[in-house]
Design a protein around this ligand. Structure first.
Ligand SMILES: Cc1cc2nc3c(=O)[nH]c(=O)nc-3n(C[C@H](O)[C@H](O)[C@H](O)COP(=O)(O)OP(=O)(O)OC[C@H]3O[C@@H](n4cnc5c(N)ncnc54)[C@H](O)[C@@H]3O)c2cc1C
Length: 407
């Protein structure tokens, strides 16, 4: 019987891993199935652009995986039973169960409401495509009114900054306020913070600092000091959280529900299970947890791939570096900030800004999409590794995976 690898989630981590596993293992020994809720690859890095009204590319997963032998199951994962090694899925036909021998869990994350009342009912967000489209519809409606609708973006992390600047640039008829609970862009260097402040001024964004939103209502947000911020749309960008599915499945997870993995992305509680991307709580080479990011999804996806390959072929598991290179922030389409960080993920003094930074960020986004859309690029077509039959000569494959997934 073939070894069944099931990959949950076709995002930045899962798509790359599935393509590589399918190409580098023999189809005579292994079958790879990918389960994903949406039929397309969703560029989450660009969802604020989608919300602002721009078109973003969304390649069909069926095309991405064409010729790889991967079975694509369009369905929502509802549960994992690691004792029986089955995944429960729901789809238009009602769903069912999928058995696995090796599971790669890469279901990403969604919006974190931090228990703030009213966020789920009244706030918009950009962490998934349906949510970004809902916000876009709301912004269209406000724009159509022509009376300068008020948009409140809560959270000045990278997503909040990108969302506020994108909306302000694309929809100059709206008035945008960015709410920061500390100093604006506190994670950036002094120079980059200055650039961000000037960009907000140029785009007409009102910046509210040291304001903590404690409740969201239909037409206002309430701050800890009692201030009420009147608005027509609240966009909640105060972080990402993972769904409770991993915890409910019995995997060892952190307090925030991320699967605890070892250096090879293998679950510490269930050896047949690997996790990558936002779902995994992985420690980087600097000893700090990797942040939820596209770069982390790339590195952890690669490492999980190598570990599964190593385990199935009996070969040494290649060591993939686990680091965080820095923050690449777009400020609309013509401006940006590239903030390098040190080994402890603190902002270095050096940063790049302006059009050059915007062009580099656009290049990174393009490269990320291309890499995910061609998950088997550079890998030998016919030279499969056979599960249980190690082949010490397969160096090309090892070399090919050393290329970093863009971001
Ligand atoms: C607006 C925005 C901008 C961002 N900008 C940056 C940036 O500039 N740089 C950066 O490093 N990071 C950025 N991020 C974060 C980055 O997008 C994530 O860290 C990255 O997508 C994580 O990759 P992943 O593979 O773990 O998850 P994802 O890419 O989210 O993939 C998860 C996949 O699983 C599917 N899925 C989820 N639940 C289920 C289910 N129950 N059943 C079936 N399928 C399911 C989803 O449809 C999706 O296809 C940004 C995020 C957002 C929202």
């Amino acid at each position: 019987m073939k070894h069944r690898i099931v990959v949950l989630g076709a995002g930045y981590a899962g798509t790359y891993a599935a393509g590589n596993l399918a190409r580098r293992l023999s189809p005579a020994d292994v079958e790879v199935t990918v389960v994903n809720a949406e039929p397309d690859f969703v560029q989450r890095l660009r969802l604020h652009q989608l919300a602002a009204g721009q078109a973003i590319e969304a390649p069909h997963l069926a095309d991405v995986f064409a010729g790889t032998g991967i079975r694509l199951r369009l369905a929502r994962v509802t549960a994992v039973d690691p004792e029986r090694r089955v995944v429960a899925v729901a789809d238009v036909d009602g769903g069912g169960e999928l058995g696995y021998d090796t599971l790669l869990y890469a279901l990403g994350s969604h919006v974190a409401d931090h228990g703030v009342p009213g966020v789920a009912e009244h706030a918009f967000h950009v962490t998934g495509r349906p949510a970004a489209l809902r916000l876009r519809e709301r912004l269209d409606g406000l724009d159509g009114r022509g009376d300068g609708g008020r948009v409140l973006v809560v959270g000045d992390g990278l997503t909040g900054i990108e969302t506020a600047t994108e909306i302000a640039e694309s929809r100059p008829g709206l008035s945008v306020t960015l709410v920061a609970d500390g100093e604006l862009g506190a994670r950036l260097s002094t120079g980059a913070r200055g650039h961000l402040r000037r960009a907000c001024e140029r785009l007409g964004i009102t910046v509210l600092e040291h304001a903590r939103v404690e409740a969201v209502e239909a037409t206002r947000a309430l701050c800890a000091d009692g201030t009420a911020l009147e608005c027509d749309a609240t966009v909640w960008t105060a972080g990402f959280a993972v769904p409770p599915l991993a915890a409910a499945s019995g995997f060892e997870v952190t307090d925030d529900g991320r699967i605890v993995v070892d250096r090879t992305m293998r679950s510490v509680s269930h050896p047949d299970v690997y996790a990558a991307g936002d779902s995994a709580w992985a420690v980087g080479d600097n000893g700090l947890p990797l942040p939820m990011s596209c770069a982390s999804a790339g590195y952890t996806g690669m490492q999980a791939t190598e570990a599964i390959l190593g385990r199935l072929t009996g070969r040494r598991t290649a060591h993939v570096k686990l680091s965080y290179p820095g923050n690449h922030i777009s400020l609309g389409r013509r401006d940006g900030i590239l903030q390098l960080v040190d080994g402890e993920a603190r902002a270095k003094t050096a940063f790049m800004s302006g059009r050059k930074a915007a062009r580099i960020k656009a290049g990174i986004l393009g490269m990320s999409l291309w890499t995910v859309s061609h998950p088997t690029f550079g890998l030998p077509r016919r030279k499969h590794r056979s599960a249980g039959a190690p082949d010490a000569s397969d160096a090309t494959a090892e070399k090919a995976v050393a290329r970093p997934l863009g971001h």
